[in-house]
Design a protein around this ligand. Structure first.
Ligand code: ZN
Length: 218
């Protein structure tokens, strides 16, 4: 079996996504770029809590199937398009998380209201334009919504987070959902204050050291 370790990383991230209630059913999908630029991606329409490493699908970056008995995720074009445009990204998590979806429905960006957004996600997390699921238009919209950030909210759909490894990407999903929740609650009871641009740049600069340390604690 090709990429056994990488298949396990993807499957564990799927289970974490379901346990964290970042998606329901088989919606949401996850992929990992291997060292030799192939993709391990979740299958289409599968219960992740019952899946095994054998169910993961191995493809090339243009979608050619290298190994797998199931069909790769129907939203795979979005994964390939992100990998082609972001050389720093090796893991992608797409969720249908509730609070991020609320902001996606009202088309509201998430500004840098807390330090973890600035450190892990970037500055001003944008809503990417709507296009129907699985289309190349949606894939391109998500790439442009991401820009250089590590997350975007997909209009009337859900959320995408990216990272240089799976730990960072799935944590970015958790931080995004937490941030969306904080932003919605803050807007309900008062004025929202945003971290100044100058401090966001400083936070970005120290984030790599911090994240490396934090990763070692895992
Ligand atoms: Zn979706």
């Amino acid at each position: 079996m090709l990429y056994e370790k990488e298949r396990e990383i993807v499957l564990n991230a799927c289970r974490r996504m379901v346990n964290d209630k970042l998606t329901v059913g088989s919606w949401g999908n996850i992929s990992l770029r291997t060292d030799d630029n192939n993709i391990v991606i979740t299958p289409s329409g599968t219960n992740y809590m019952k899946s095994t490493v054998d169910d993961m699908v191995i493809t090339g970056i243009s979608g050619n199937i290298l190994e797998g008995k199931l069909k790769p995720s129907s939203e795979r074009l979005m994964h390939y398009e992100i990998y082609k445009n972001r050389k720093d990204v090796n893991a992608i998590v797409h969720t249908h998380s509730i609070y991020s979806s609320v902001l996606s429905v009202i088309d509201e960006n998430i500004p840098a209201i807390t330090e973890d957004i600035a450190m892990l996600l970037g500055n001003n997390i944008r809503v990417s334009e709507y296009a129907i699921t699985g289309s190349i238009e949606l894939a391109k919209n998500v790439v442009s919504g991401l820009g250089n950030n590590n997350a975007t909210v997909m209009k009337n759909h859900g959320a995408v987070s990216v990272g240089s490894d799976m730990e960072r990407s799935i944590t970015a999903s958790e931080v995004l959902e937490k941030s969306a929740k904080i932003y919605i609650y803050s807007r309900m009871i008062g004025k929202v204050n945003i971290i100044p641009d100058n401090d966001i740049n400083k936070l970005r600069a120290i984030s790599e050291d911090y994240l490396n340390q934090w990763k070692n604690w895992k």
